[in-house]
Design a binder for this molecule. Structure first.
Ligand code: ADP
Ligand code: ADP
Length: 225
């Protein structure tokens, strides 16, 4: 069975609004990376927020390992989320930021494990530093380390590279892809950047006006106006 199976998902914010997400369905395999690609306002973030549990769909179902998670609150779903604005705690060191995610481990074990996660994103030497001493790309890698440290079943990325400058974006994207592939983590990436979707994902879902209009391998996805 797929890790995640979504069917007939729809969402309307206000009664007078059109559907923000309309009858969206797809499967995500273990260790697979799916990109949801489409212009601003097409329903990508709304889809992600329903998977995360921040929004409730008006119809449809979301199965994680074959079991509906619609009645589970966000913290029970063990789904990690990374947004474009890193959102590290500014008053905590990088090590403390990562350790904070490890509520499943005894306190005494957290600092060493935090260092291992920072090592995995190439930042082990910076555990004592504060977030504002780092570049945007480094902060984003710490945010990823913190997300992975919680050992999520699934990671959701909402435009995670869009605050990085172009040169850094490409290298960070490559490193992050390798990191997920090495960890065998399943990922859904939301982006409006076609090049990013095609280079990062194993499968690309093209969204338009709330609908998922195509899901296919990157080399088979063509541009929709
Ligand atoms: P995307 O992530 O593709 O930019 P969104 O999921 O953010 O698209 O938005 C889909 C539609 O839902 C848009 O028309 C947007 O204006 C609307 N929308 C998003 N969030 C809200 C909200 N909190 N309240 C009302 N409408 C919203
Ligand atoms: P994105 O397009 O990246 O999803 P936006 O910048 O459109 O994000 O929206 C940022 C925030 O504003 C989100 O929390 C979203 O829920 C909210 N939002 C978006 N569209 C609307 C809307 N039409 N009415 C109310 N809130 C909205």
């Amino acid at each position: 069975a797929p890790l995640l199976s979504i069917s007939g998902l729809s969402k309307r914010y206000r009664r007078q609004d059109p559907l923000a997400v309309e009858n969206v369905g797809f499967d995500l395999g273990n260790g697979e990376i799916l990109a949801l690609l489409g212009p601003s306002g097409c329903g990508k973030s709304t889809t992600l927020r329903m998977i995360a549990g921040f929004e409730h769909p008006e119809s449809g179902d979301i199965l994680l390992r074959g079991k509906s998670i619609l009645d589970q609150p966000p913290q029970q779903r063990r789904i990690g989320i990374v947004f474009q604005d890193y959102a590290l705690f500014p008053h905590m060191s990088l090590g403390q930021n990562v350790a904070f995610a490890m509520r499943h481990l005894p306190k005494a074990k957290r600092p060493a494990r935090a260092r291992e996660w920072l090592d995995m994103v190439g930042l082990a030497d910076l555990a004592e530093r504060m977030p504002d001493e780092l570049s945007g790309g480094q902060q984003q890698r710490v945010a990823l380390a913190r997300t992975l440290a919680a050992e999520p079943q699934l990671v959701l990325l909402d435009e995670p590279f869009s605050n990085l400058d172009a040169a850094l974006r490409e290298s960070t994207r490559k490193e992050v892809r390798q990191l997920f592939k090495a960890a065998g983590t399943s990922v859904i990436l939301v982006t409006h950047d076609q090049a990013e979707a095609l280079s990062f994902a194993d499968q690309v879902g093209v969204m338009h006006a709330g609908k998922l209009i195509q899901v296919d391998r990157p080399e088979r996805v063509y541009q929709h106006p």
